[in-house]
Design a binder for this molecule. Structure first.
Ligand SMILES: Cc1cc2nc3c(=O)[nH]c(=O)nc-3n(C[C@H](O)[C@H](O)[C@H](O)COP(=O)(O)OP(=O)(O)OC[C@H]3O[C@@H](n4cnc5c(N)ncnc54)[C@H](O)[C@@H]3O)c2cc1C
Length: 479
């Protein structure tokens, strides 16, 4: 009997496994592929994900493999500088190959104690009051208290649950791959610059010695299960650019569509969904992986609390209540961005107008906060604007706030030096520091870094500790 089985060891599944293991939950990750993916697409980690990685002590390792870029130019690829005074110590984009993120997160989960079994796909499930029976492709059956489907856009778990996935089907499809070219780099660069003036879904960019990353619109929407061939790339390059650049020796080839869909529910009893299994949208703005990793951090501590037996009655349901609207918002912004990339005259006029509006810092900031996840505010009740938002990393008398969050526990940051976490000290740390760079007396942070309470009244704090961390157990301890 496992506590939690996770279907899928993509970025969402690996992150969730690690988050659960911070709380000593017995986790098994089942991954259908025997080997990690070889499709080396570079993805961008946005500010909120970088903050989460810093909170879990993973950022230094990621930085070794990525390239920092300015936190700007994401919304519909409109080229504007970053808004002024971004309120984060991690105000950049990290360009990094997705397989590297997956490898680091999987290793992190394994280091913490998670088991990962490759070459084992989830094919069936049946749940009852005590748990879930999970059936695997080799006929084996496993028992678990909870199952989470992190098995990507075509999620088997979602389909087995019968959860609806309404939205819009793909209207366009794009071929993407890495290959060598047979013409000089200057010739590639000149042709690409001309074509990109009218075709935004087209590029050839150097991706290592002699290798180019190639993106070109497909002729139509086809069967995604069929892998594109080199001949498909040649034909489409000739159709769009007038030359196939002599492409040869592909490293990998793939296709992606612009379908936009959101699962109707994120939870059915003891089975939950996260990441692409719960939401899909076009890659514009580079948000999918970020969204999945953030789902995992929102869900991890709540599911762990449920397994460990201290979760308040409704805690697990706050996962859907908080994350479903966030995904709906991302879907909407990708719909808007897709329109803005159209070459239709009306869409182009709206794009010009928005480009002008983004000269206003507030507009630019609003769009950036949307894409990077730092603008998210969960509905945790009435109160100051900071309530429900993530707390930025803050300088402390000794070190910084995020360094105290590696273990995934709650934290009371107390500038009054009078407050206490009392009987919640097994779940919540307490740091009394009057020098903390904050303009409120005390803040209770959830393990995902969002603010659950602000104030200086012990009784009010106790009520909120109960609300988020259940019944008190023993007496408090100070860091
Ligand atoms: C061209 C392109 C560019 C992108 N760029 C960005 C970007 O810049 N930033 C960004 O944030 N996102 C980006 N994305 C999106 C990002 O790649 C996905 O959102 C992300 O991979 C989702 O992670 P996941 O773990 O939820 O799902 P997946 O990565 O799809 O992982 C699911 C895993 O589950 C496994 N699996 C499937 N079925 C089963 C089963 N039945 N049993 C067991 N295992 C199973 C799969 O093998 C896979 O390993 C991009 C996507 C594309 C196509």
């Amino acid at each position: 009997m496992f506590d939690v089985i996770i279907a899928g060891c993509g970025p969402t599944g690996a992150m969730l496994a690690a988050e659960l293991h911070l709380h000593d939950v017995r986790v098994l990750v089942l991954e259908k592929e025997t080997e990690p993916t070889s499709a080396v697409r570079i993805v961008g980690l946005h500010i909120r994900s970088l903050e989460l990685m810093a909170m879990r002590g993973l950022l230094t390792r990621l930085l070794e493999h990525g390239r920092k870029r300015p936190a700007a130019g994401f919304f519909a690829a409109i080229n504007k500088p970053a808004p002024t005074g971004l309120d984060s110590a991690y105000a950049y984009l990290l360009g990094i190959p997705q397989p590297v993120i997956e490898r680091l997160l999987e290793q992190h989960a394994i280091d913490l104690g998670a088991q990962v079994r490759r070459g084992q796909a989830v094919t069936g499930l049946a749940q009852d009051d005590e748990g879930v029976t999970v059936e695997l492709s080799d006929g084996q059956q496993l028992r678990t208290r909870y199952l989470v489907g992190c098995d990507g856009a075509r999620s088997t778990v979602r389909k087995l649950l019968g959860v609806g996935f309404p939205g819009e089907p793909a209207r366009t499809e794009t071929l993407m791959g890495e290959m060598e070219v047979g013409v000089p780099p200057e010739e590639v660069a000149a042709t690409v610059a001309t074509i990109r003036e009218t075709h935004k879904r087209f590029w050839l960019r150097p991706a290592g010695v002699g290798v180019y990353s190639v993106v070109v619109p497909a002729a139509d929407v086809s069967d995604r299960a069929r892998r594109p061939t080199l001949e498909d790339f040649r034909q489409r390059l000739r159709a769009v650019a007038g030359t196939d650049f002599g492409v040869h020796s592909p490293r990998w080839m793939s296709r992606f569509g612009d379908a936009t869909r959101l699962a109707e529910r994120y939870r059915v009893g003891r089975v939950l969904l996260a990441g692409d299994a719960a939401h899909i949208h076009p890659p514009i703005g580079g948000q999918g992986l970020n969204l999945g990793v953030q789902d995992a951090v929102n869900l991890g501590w709540k599911l762990a609390a449920q397994v460990r037996g201290w979760a308040p009655e409704t805690l697990l349901d706050t996962y859907q209540a908080e994350r479903h609207p966030v995904a709906a918002d991302v879907l909407d912004n990708t719909r808007a961005q897709t329109e803005l990339l159209s070459s239709e005259p009306g869409a182009q006029a709206v794009r010009r107008l928005l480009t002008e509006l983004m000269d206003f810092d507030e507009v630019n900031r609003h769009l950036l906060e949307k894409i990077t996840g730092v603008g998210i505010r969960y509905d945790v009740g009435e109160g100051p604007d900071l309530l429900g938002r993530r707390l930025r990393d803050v300088d402390l008398r000794h070190g910084n706030l995020y360094a105290l969050l590696h273990r995934g526990r709650g934290l009371l940051l107390d500038r009054t030096e009078r407050l206490s976490v009392g009987g919640w000290s097994d779940r919540v740390d307490h740091l009394a520091d009057p020098t903390a760079d904050l303009d409120v007396p005390g803040v209770l942070m959830r393990p995902d870094g969002h603010v659950a309470w602000i104030g200086d009244d012990q009784q009010d704090l106790d009520d909120h500790l109960s609300r988020w961390f259940g019944e008190p157990a023993d007496q408090g301890r100070r860091l």
